[in-house]
Ligand binder design. Structure first.
Ligand code: 5GP
Length: 140
């Protein structure tokens, strides 16, 4: 996979405000924060999207993500937070190296943090049954 800016950050070729590093995971402050404490958590493996990530990197990420959420909440004094993970340009991914955003939310600051447009539909029971079976069958 082609190098992204995040691979350069992991290698120390581009500066960042690092908050965590282990054998598989790296975390640093987002350069364009949506709120105070906005942090990016990335695997060292250079996979473009989450579905392409190895089990080893996935488990390392999953293991540390809650711990990093707790640290961001504690250090920023946030009241709540979103974890966001975009895959593909259509889904607003700009850097094609897997990353989880931890985005704090603060009481009384509705303009800060993640804004979500959530146009909920209604799941049809028959279609849901078929779709769930298809997804279950597709799990590798
Ligand atoms: P995406 O839209 O791909 O989910 O988000 C990419 C994120 O990476 C953005 O929030 C953007 O601000 C952040 N970002 C892009 N380039 C850099 C950089 O060079 N340094 C840091 N710290 N963050 C970056």
């Amino acid at each position: 996979m082609a190098d992204t800016i995040f691979s350069k950050i992991i290698r120390g070729e581009i500066p960042c405000h690092k908050v965590y590093e282990d054998a598989h995971v790296f975390a640093f402050l987002d350069i364009g924060p949506l709120s105070r404490g906005h942090t990016l958590v990335i695997p060292k493996e250079a996979a473009a999207t989450l579905d392409q990530l190895s089990d080893e990197s996935s488990s390392a990420l999953g293991r540390v993500l809650p711990r990093l959420c707790r640290a961001v909440m504690k250090a920023s004094g946030a009241d709540a937070y979103n974890v966001l993970q975009n895959n593909g340009a259509l889904a607003h991914q700009a850097v094609f190296h897997v990353h989880f955003h931890i985005i704090p939310k603060f009481e009384g600051q509705p303009e800060s943090g993640l804004g979500i447009r959530w146009l909920a539909g209604k799941l049809d029971a028959a279609e849901g049954k078929q779709l769930a079976a298809q997804i279950a069958a597709a799990i590798g």
